[in-house]
Design a protein around this ligand. Structure first.
Ligand code: LUZ
Ligand code: MOS
Length: 760
């Protein structure tokens, strides 16, 4: 039996009535202090002197701490150990914490902040990929994947295109900014309440910083007000700083980041450059391609190597490219370390390959969907890294999309519109999706859960994932409720806590339900087996184990039709000293990728789909509006289709924001000039397409996860890219498709206008 697919959000009522308690919305313990980092004002400089004598006499200031006050190891890196918590002698980006001020109240810290005197010897910063290339500033990490011989294959191609295409950053505009509360306990134990996607990372990094052990730290996360990858790594530095303050003062310490500081000083989606050469035949079939992929990693490694890997592993998009060579590298610059962001390198890849498809279609004057279809993976064809693509739904998605959007007549309508409108043009853009699910670092593909049944027939579930609005808690509650035949109101999903569930992977890579839901299911099944044994006793030994079933909060015997309530059974099990709790563990089977060789099966399964957008562009201003969106998305056998559709809609809008609106501009010194929402524009309600049709396709798949479902968090972000190709298509109609429009990302109205003027 499947969990009820349309059950409501378990915290929905709390959210809509404003009763939800996010971190720091509850009263804080008495005597709680506030921590304020002193952020570097230079992107690259030697630190000559830190003087805070004046500060200590300000009323309310408790102490000022620098790298000298770190009792353990001054290192917060996890992939590479290259990032100090507080630097000793140089700063590498604007916003890098150089010291922290600890105060009894926020006002004192604000006053104190301007009085800390830091003397710098500034250097010219490197900010862009271009400058990094000039100065040969790269991280010491490269990645390569290769198949057959692209150079030789180019010789046989009818057409070759060579180009460089670029894209920019994206701010994680979560509603809840970075925050943390550290509460010291007796015996050198600390409770850390952090807005993090990675509780275990915080536990281990803070123990390293303070020189204490993991057992002495409990990290607890109830829920986040959004994250999008921005709290996979970035929460760690603030939790570590607050813990350091708590260590020295013996008091609870909180930190809450202002919106502007959060936008200015935390890392973002990786800007990138794709240099490519692609060869294809007269039908548009790609025979060979070479790629040089470069991302802007910022000042420290952070997660950049893992992001680069997902960039590399997705550059084929949904298409079989027989001869292919991919090289990838990370520019080292003086920006805040760039980090995880929904899609994690894959959006950069999809923008590149889908752009190439559009260019091929334009060159050959063919329909872009047809070019997609002739290049699409067929069943069992291998990706460049060797994994065979199975249970494909690429061509099917595109065909369905054509059908749902009435493609032929839609194209006709737009053609007519464009003929009759001089200052407005419409265009269509499409993307095709094949998105691999699993962490590409194999060890992270593990999850666990702890389930307890109480004698009154209610259930407590703890699992390793963090709730951040994606409704992992609703889905896992459904899985457990379904297993026990209980109403979902009987289940409480607890906070994520490193003492109840240890060694958690980051809640990331669209895997949270797959990994932790699978573990929760196993734990529930384990307890259920014990309950079944007890039930047969209550049925006077007259019921076969196989005939016991759980439904409607009761346990039935199929033969006799007799039933007992779940609470009767739980209570009876307790009095008979039967264990009503279970911890279980899940690891994804059959995956493994050899980074050195560039070969293997990094992904457990793929998510497939396609999207089509229609835009209308005002030729005099470059302003545009998405009028219609159609999405087809295969989500296996969904646990909760409503949640999936919500994720698809939200991801599309966020993807469209990155592709067409959100632009971060730095001055020559590395100051982020777009660090507030009047300059940095994200899509809002009014940007939502008037026609917005999402069709999910239910399929029973061998390659899917818990109860046949598929991860949904990141893949649909890619659909938003269809808007940029629709804009190109609209612009090209000005010259009756004689002149190609090429939009780099983000395609803001200014850039659209510039491309329009080139058509004249
Ligand atoms: N984080 C990570 C991720 O550490 N490895 C990954 O492969 C990944 N993928 C997506 C998002 N976060
Ligand atoms: Mo996310 S980019 O899966 O933290």
């Amino acid at each position: 039996m499947k969990p009820e697919s349309n059950i409501t959000h378990i915290d929905g009522e709390l959210h809509v009535t404003g009763k939800t308690k996010y971190l720091l919305e509850s009263p804080m313990p008495q005597g709680t202090l506030v921590m304020q980092p002193v952020f570097s004002t230079y992107a690259s400089a030697d630190i000559l002197l830190i003087n805070y004598d004046e500060v200590l006499s300000i009323p309310g200031v408790v102490t000022v701490l620098t790298h000298k006050d770190i009792p353990g190891i001054n290192q917060i890196g996890v992939i590479e150990f290259d990032e100090p918590l507080l630097p000793e002698d140089k700063v590498s980006y604007i916003g890098q914490p150089v010291a922290i001020i600890v105060c009894t109240n926020k006002e004192s810290c604000t006053t104190a902040l301007s009085k800390v005197k830091i003397k710098y010897n500034p250097h010219t910063p490197i900010l862009t990929i271009k400058e990094a290339e000039k100065q040969n500033s790269f991280f010491d990490y490269k990645q390569e994947v290769k198949r057959d011989n692209p150079d030789k294959a180019f010789e046989k191609c009818d057409h070759i295109i060579e180009e460089e295409i670029t894209g920019g950053a994206q701010d994680h505009l979560y509603l809840e900014t970075q925050r943390v509360l550290v509460v010291p306990d007796e015996g050198n134990h600390y409770f850390i309440y952090s807005a993090t996607q990675s509780p275990t990372e915080i536990q281990s990094v803070v123990s390293r910083i303070l020189g204490i052990k993991s057992k002495d730290i409990t990290v607890d996360v109830k829920r986040l007000g959004g994250a999008f990858g921005g709290k996979e790594r970035k929460a760690t530095i603030f939790a570590s700083l607050a813990a350091l303050a708590s260590y020295h003062t013996g008091k609870p310490v909180y930190f809450i980041m202002s919106r502007q500081d959060d936008m200015k000083y935390t890392g973002k989606r990786h800007p990138f450059k794709t240099k490519y050469k692609v060869g294809f035949d007269k039908n548009g079939k790609i025979l060979a391609a070479k790629f040089q992929l470069t991302t802007n990693g910022g000042a420290y490694t952070d997660l950049s190597t893992a992001v680069l890997e997902r960039f590399v592993l997705n550059i084929d998009g949904s298409y079989f490219i027989p001869n292919i060579g991919i090289k990838a590298r990370i520019a080292k610059t003086n920006l805040p370390p760039n980090t995880a962001f929904r899609g994690f390198g894959a959006p950069q890849a999809f923008f590149s390959i889908e752009h190439i498809i559009e260019r091929i279609a334009f060159k050959l004057k063919k329909d872009p969907i047809e070019i997609r279809i002739i290049n699409a993976y067929k069943e069992e064809q291998p990706a460049p890294y060797g994994q065979k693509i199975k249970e494909t739904f690429i061509i099917e998605s595109l065909e369905k999309l054509k059908n749902n959007s009435n493609y032929t007549s839609l194209k006709k309508d737009i053609e007519n519109f464009n003929k009759t409108h001089k200052f407005e043009k419409k265009g269509i853009g499409v993307v095709s999706l094949k998105f691999g699910i699993s962490f590409t670092s194999k060890f992270l593909n593990q999850g666990s859960a702890l389930v307890w049944i109480y004698t009154d027939g209610t259930v407590s579930v703890s699992h390793g994932a963090v709730e951040m609005g994606q409704e992992v808690n609703t889905k896992i509650a459904q899985i457990v409720a379904n297993e026990f035949g209980l109403d979902i109101t009987r289940i409480r999903v607890e906070s994520t806590n490193t003492k109840r569930v240890a060694n958690t992977s980051p809640t990331a890579a669209s895997t949270a339900v797959d990994l932790n839901g699978s573990a929760a299911l196993k734990a529930a099944q384990k307890i259920k087996q014990r309950l079944i044994s007890q039930a047969t006793k209550l049925f006077n030994g007259k019921c076969n184990k196989n005939d016991v079933y759980f439904q409607n909060n009761k346990i039935f015997c199929k033969q006799s039709g007799k039933s007992i309530t779940f609470e009767e059974l739980a209570s009876s099990a307790y009095f008979n000293r039967i264990n009503l709790g279970a911890q279980e563990f899940y690891r994804t089977p059959g995956i493994g990728f050899d980074r050195e060789k560039g070969k293997g099966n990094p992904f457990y399964y793929y998510v497939y789909g396609a999207a089509l957008s229609v835009v209308k562009v005002d030729l005099l201003t470059g302003m545009y509006k998405v009028e219609k969106t159609y999405i087809v998305h295969e989500d296996g056998n969904p646990i909760n289709n409503h949640i999936d559709i919500g994720q698809i809609q939200g991801a599309y809008i966020q993807g469209m924001g990155w592709a067409t609106m959100e632009e971060i501009i730095y001055d020559n010194n590395g100051n982020n000039l777009a660090a507030n929402t009047s300059v940095y524009k994200i899509p809002t309600y009014s940007d939502t397409p008037e026609v917005f049709e999402v069709e999910t396709i239910k399929k029973n798949r061998k390659f899917a996860s818990v109860l046949g479902s598929k991860g949904v968090g990141e893949p649909p972000f890619i659909y938003g890219l269809s808007v940029i190709y629709a804009l190109q298509n609209a612009i090209e109609s000005i010259s009756n498709y004689k002149k190609e429009a090429i939009l780099h990302l983000p395609a803001t109205p200014e850039k659209v206008l510039l491309e329009i003027t080139k058509q004249k």
